[in-house]
Write a protein that binds this ligand. Structure first.
Ligand code: GLC
Length: 589
């Protein structure tokens, strides 16, 4: 009797184990099975290189990067081995938010050049086998756009309903948070119409009214204009905010101050994404990436293939990690909880293994430099920690997005004075801290780590004045370390960060396991090392990344005898599970 009892319990255990492993909820957040998603797509295999045109290369000495500048660097871009370039907005713009305030969607920003330059640039990319992503900024436009100029002149303008208005005869509008507004108020009074217009960002960025079908058709027409030129995809800026409850009820208490999430909860958001897919995107072989917001469930809605919306999404949980709560990007002086950070990646990687497709990035134009934020920019560790972060981006599961300048280990400029900054986000927040009598010195110290301008300083090409970026006065100071940290110096050095980036890309291209392979976190509780395996068709790679400036030991539980190092950031990579500071190694088991 006793033994039957145990047998029954044992059998039940096996059944529970079987279901636990096979139901989506049952999978641990540390194991990712890609077996059901071996749906091969070019955009899953791509390495995307992001160019911030304002800061890449100036061709005419006005201190501002431009399209001709990018054209002059196409062979360099090709030499990296990347597959796709994402260009931040290049459309006509008064530049209140550096191109994210568009005054004409079908023209090029004067400082950047002409449409002819764009056509040459696109052809130059395509001739080299490089695809091009454009930024699609359609939650809002510029207050200088002709639609808004007309709309603000009269309630009878045919464009009045292209925007959101609150008539003043109804009293003050219900509070909405303005992200780049000094008063924090997203409504701005307009005298000619005696009404308030809505702007989630700056008052120079009025929100477009997506509830108006005519506006949506205008946007789709504009998207076709660019797609018919042959571009290969869009990065959809602030796309989660496009739909609004136009009764403008009081902000719901359950969002508890998280107004960004409320903005991302518009009633028709996904109806519009599906309409955009039906009417435009489905007609072209293009990739799309959503600047999505919130948790897995929300983000997944954009990329679940069954829903027919977009192809890829970013998420913010990992990149925004380690800031103090209720403060504007103020780094926690205690550092960040590394174990928790690994778990965040595990959770999202696991989710995208079930369906959809994610992206991996450690920096972009809205972030500081990855080396300063996630690595170590001291002279001693700049080199190894840059390479370690590069190994991370190019060995995770998800399309890799790599920010220009990170391939040479550019670091934060860490301005001391507010006058050196250009970014509307920083200047708005500075003004708010000041108005409240807050600690401005502390604010500026925090910004040395987190501000967006750290990631926007010009590209460092060589050791000539201004790093070879411009012969004029650069729009934002060049990091003085250009004298030693620059492309020309690194081209000469086979061990440079730049050449490591190229090797790592070649490795990713030659090992499909790094793209489609299952992903599994190893030694999850290791306080220093991010370790994981990628496996596909019987091949297993073990990726070991020491995120600390001290030596680390692993407990992988794996047999490392005979393991072969495919790449590493030290000469003689470790193969025994002991890692030097910031050591990165990929082992073939
Ligand atoms: C996105 C962009 C950011 C911009 C904002 C408003 O978050 O990435 O640079 O400031 O949208 O358009």
């Amino acid at each position: 009797m006793q033994s039957i009892h145990y047998l029954l319990i044992g059998a039940l255990g096996v059944v529970i184990f079987f279901f636990a492993c096979n139901s989506p909820e049952g999978k641990t957040n540390q194991q990712t099975s890609g077996a059901d998603t071996l749906d091969k797509q070019w955009w899953k295999e791509a390495v995307v290189y992001q160019i911030y045109p304002r800061s890449f290369q100036d061709s005419d000495g006005d201190g501002i990067g431009d399209l001709k500048g990018i054209i002059s660097k196409l062979d360099y871009v090709k030499s990296l081995g990347i597959d796709m370039v994402w260009l931040n907005p290049i459309y006509a713009s008064p530049n209140k938010d550096n191109g994210y305030d568009i005054s004409d969607y079908q023209n090029i920003m004067k400082e950047f050049g002409t449409m002819e330059d764009f056509d040459i640039l696109l052809k130059g990319m395509h001739d080299r086998g490089i695809k091009v992503f454009m930024d699609l900024v359609v939650n809002h436009c510029s207050d200088q756009h002709k639609w808004f100029q007309s709309a603000r002149s009269s309630r009878n303008s045919p464009y009045y309903n292209y925007f959101h208005w609150w008539p003043a005869e109804k009293g003050k509008p219900p509070y909405r948070w303005g992200i780049f507004d000094e008063k924090g108020d997203a409504w701005e009074y307009n005298k000619a119409t005696n009404s308030y217009y809505l702007h989630y960002f700056a008052d120079a960025q009025p929100d477009l009214n997506w509830e108006n079908p005519q506006l949506r058709q205008e946007i789709y027409k504009m998207m076709r204009f660019w797609l018919d030129k042959g571009i290969d995809g869009f990065r959809l800026d602030a796309i989660a905010f496009i739909s609004k409850d136009t009764t403008f009820p009081p902000l719901p208490a359950e969002y508890n101050g998280q107004w960004g999430l409320y903005y991302a909860s518009g009633p028709h958001l996904h109806d519009y994404m599906q309409e955009m897919n039906r009417e435009v995107l489905s007609k072209y072989n293009v990739a799309t990436v959503a600047e999505a917001m919130g948790d897995v469930e929300r983000v997944m809605k954009f990329v679940d293939p069954a829903r027919k919306e977009l192809t890829m999404a970013y998420y913010f949980e990992a990149i925004d990690f380690g800031y103090l709560p209720n403060e504007y990007k103020m780094p926690d002086p205690k550092g960040y909880d590394f174990l928790q950070w690994k778990k965040i990646y595990a959770k999202w990687t696991d989710a995208f293994a079930q369906k959809g497709w994610g992206t991996i990035y450690l920096a972009n134009h809205d972030q500081p430099r990855m080396l300063t934020r996630w690595g170590n920019d001291s002279p001693e560790f700049r080199n190894v920690s840059s390479k370690m972060l590069t190994t991370f981006i190019l060995s995770m599961r998800g399309t890799a997005f790599y920010y220009f300048g990170d391939e040479i280990g550019m670091s934060n400029i860490k301005f001391d004075r507010v006058d050196d900054y250009n970014d509307i986000e920083l200047l708005t927040n500075y003004a708010q801290v000041k108005a409240k009598g807050g600690d401005l010195k502390r604010f500026l110290e925090g910004m040395k780590i987190s501000s967006r301008d750290n990631g926007r300083t010009p590209m460092q090409w060589n050791n000539s004045p201004n790093g070879g970026f411009t012969t004029g006065t650069p729009w934002l100071k060049v990091n003085p370390n250009y004298a030693t940290v620059n492309v020309a110096a690194q081209e000469e050095d086979p061990q440079s960060i730049l050449n490591y980036f190229r090797q790592m890309i070649q490795l990713r291209k030659s090992e499909p396991v790094l793209i489609y392979g299952d992903w599994k976190l190893v030694d999850a509780d290791n306080p220093d090392v991010f370790a994981y395996t990628r496996s596909l068709n019987g091949k297993t790679l073990l990726i070991l990344l020491n995120f600390k400036a001290t030596e680390a030991t692993l407990n992988t539980g794996l047999n490392l005898n005979g393991a072969k190092a495919l790449i590493g950031n030290y000469p003689n990579p470790s193969t025994d599970g002991k890692l030097r500071p910031y050591e990165a190694v990929i082992l073939d088991l």
